[in-house]
Design a protein around this ligand. Structure first.
Ligand code: ADP
Ligand code: ZN
Length: 528
């Protein structure tokens, strides 16, 4: 049932007062209205909500929207109600409602007055709710923030794992629309598997934020770094910005030092009482403070369009976190400057924070940190590295909006060395990860290498005149070029792509800029 374009446009105007769809919205809505499972990957601010709100309003029955944050549910419902003349068109059902409120919501649902019902995943774990929903006409299920399904996502919620099983109890063949703003290929495949979206229509929008400027700065001694930050803020006098730090104590310290240097700044973290937190958030929203120094507790659901800079005082624990956190800059499409201070010490701190976690969580965490390190040390376009992380190929000579493009490093010819790398991966039958491959190339032995007799391979030691740092850097760039890839199912195993195979048959010139080297001695920092 393809919906006639005019009917859709009329509904868009009638319910939301908009004149046109943004990006993939129209295609997505058509997909849902025709009863297909639909998977939407769209960056924050892209207009995801409308993708399920409009079809919910147009379909017979009520749509269930699964949303992880009880705090944001009320907001969402208020927004929908704001567009409509009837308050009972949207409701939410979660643990914050009183018995009387629940009764009212149920009555509206039974009477068929409600088109959108927001629920927490916990709501669906209760059998009495499932039994109630079974009796209703449900149009479709929308799973918002679908990345919560994946341990590789940044907000893993175990209850999300059970959604499919619960949805199936409500009715057979209920169409599912899953939406997320953060899907690396790994997270995407987890979502598809978990919600069984095998035949879904998938809509992926670009994650590029052309107005954001990305920059890495070496983190030096504390006073020096703070001086650097103060200088930057003074150059952006009167503009709003967020500084993210790793822990609560640092937010307070840093805010104090900024204030002492004439910057209007406040600290924000989960350890503050709710009143103070709300107060400081308001100060930031209403421009009573220029800078908020925060842990990552700050930002979820904050919609301030004119944040002009986001500074990371410590490197984030994943590139996905970095993308989300920097994404809060320049929402209005104007300037957004994103600076991340980088030091090896901070990498160790992140690793240290995982010490009490299980082995598998530590391994997963280490891989995510690795990607951030690679981003920081890379001399190629930052934008290209970030988008590559989201599975997007971004081709550019010079994006003009990152430090590496503005101050390019000299490039060197690596054709023959690329050949060595490809040959090594092939010789190892694509069954090993990066460290192992580099050991082979540089001629390092290990018990495992001896057992497999890989020291007898022709490529063993063939690249020993360059160190592991060089080969690591080259490997990263070969991934960006699409010559090799990491298997996302068996995380880490290196494979030669079709493009890589072609290259091996007929090598051509490849020029790359090698990674930045960070001077260890210049960075020492004692905190916590
Ligand atoms: P997301 O959930 O993807 O972060 P939202 O659903 O919050 O994005 O939408 C972001 C903004 O875009 C909202 O202010 C919304 O009203 C607006 N918006 C969505 N669709 C349209 C449209 N077709 N035309 C104009 N504005 C739109
Ligand atoms: Zn660039």
């Amino acid at each position: 049932m393809a919906v006639v374009k005019e009917r859709l446009m009329d509904a868009l105007r009638e319910h939301f007062g908009f004149d046109s769809f943004k990006g993939n919205q129209e295609k997505i809505i058509n997909s849902i209205l025709s009863g297909k499972d639909t998977f939407v990957i769209m960056p924050t601010g892209g207009g995801k909500s409308l993708c399920y709100q409009l079809p919910a309003l147009m379909s017979p029955g009520c749509a269930l929207i699964v949303s992880p944050l009880i705090a944001l549910m009320k907001n969402q419902v208020d927004l929908v109600r704001g567009y409509s003349s009837k308050d009972n068109v949207a409701h939410f059902l979660n643990s914050t409602l009183s018995k009387a409120q629940i009764k009212k919501v149920r009555a509206d649902l039974t009477a068929g007055k409600t088109k959108l019902l927001y629920v927490a995943p916990e709501t669906l774990t209760k059998q009495e709710n499932l039994d109630f929903f079974k009796e209703l006409e449900i149009s479709f299920i929308a799973v918002d923030e679908a990345h919560c399904i994946s341990e590789w996502g940044h907000d893993f919620r175990p209850e999300y794992r059970r959604l499919k099983e619960m949805i199936d109890q409500i009715s057979d063949n209920l169409p599912i629309i899953a939406l997320t703003a953060t899907a690396t290929p790994k997270v995407q495949s987890d979502i598809v598997k978990n919600l069984a979206l095998n035949k879904a229509n998938i809509f992926i929008s670009s994650f590029n934020r052309p107005n954001l400027y990305y920059e890495i700065r070496a983190k030096r001694k504390k006073e020096q770094t703070i001086k650097d930050i103060v200088k930057f803020i003074h150059l952006h006098k009167g503009k709003s910005g967020i500084i993210y730090t790793l822990n609560r104590k640092t937010t307070e310290e840093l805010a104090d030092m900024l204030v002492a240097n004439g910057v209007k700044a406040v600290a924000y973290h989960a350890g503050l009482d709710p009143t103070t937190r709300a107060q400081r958030q308001d100060m930031f929203l209403h421009e009573d403070t220029e800078v908020i120094v925060a842990t990552i507790a700050f930002g979820m659901g904050i919609d301030k369009p004119d944040v002009r800079f986001v500074i990371h005082y410590n490197i984030p624990k994943s590139l996905e976190n970095y993308y989300q956190e920097t994404g809060r800059a320049g929402r209005d499409g104007l300037e957004g400057h994103c600076i991340c201070y980088y030091s090896h010490k901070d990498v160790q701190k992140l690793e240290h924070l995982m010490r009490d976690k299980s082995l598998s969580e530590r391994e997963m965490g280490a891989q995510l940190i690795n990607e951030t390190v690679a981003y920081a040390e890379s001399a190629v376009c930052r934008r290209r590295v970030i988008l590559h992380y989201f599975g997007e190929h971004y081709e550019t000579e010079n994006c003009g909006q990152c430090d590496n493009c503005r101050n390019p490093k000299e490039k060197i010819e690596v054709k023959n060395r690329v050949v060595i790398m490809l040959k090594a991966i092939r010789a190892l039958e694509e069954r090993f990860g990066s460290e192992y491959v580099i050991n082979i190339i540089t001629g390092k032995t290990s018990p495992q290498i001896n057992t497999y007799r890989h020291d007898k391979l022709e490529v063993f030691g063939e690249g020993k005149e360059f160190d592991a740092h060089f080969w690591n850097s080259l490997m990263r760039q070969m991934m960006l070029e699409g010559l090799i890839e990491k298997d996302i199912e068996e995380y880490g195993l290196l494979k030669v792509t079709d493009k890589g195979t072609k290259f091996l048959k007929k090598p051509y010139s490849i020029m790359v800029a090698l990674n930045h080297q960070f001077d260890e001695d210049a960075m020492d920092e004692e905190e916590e």
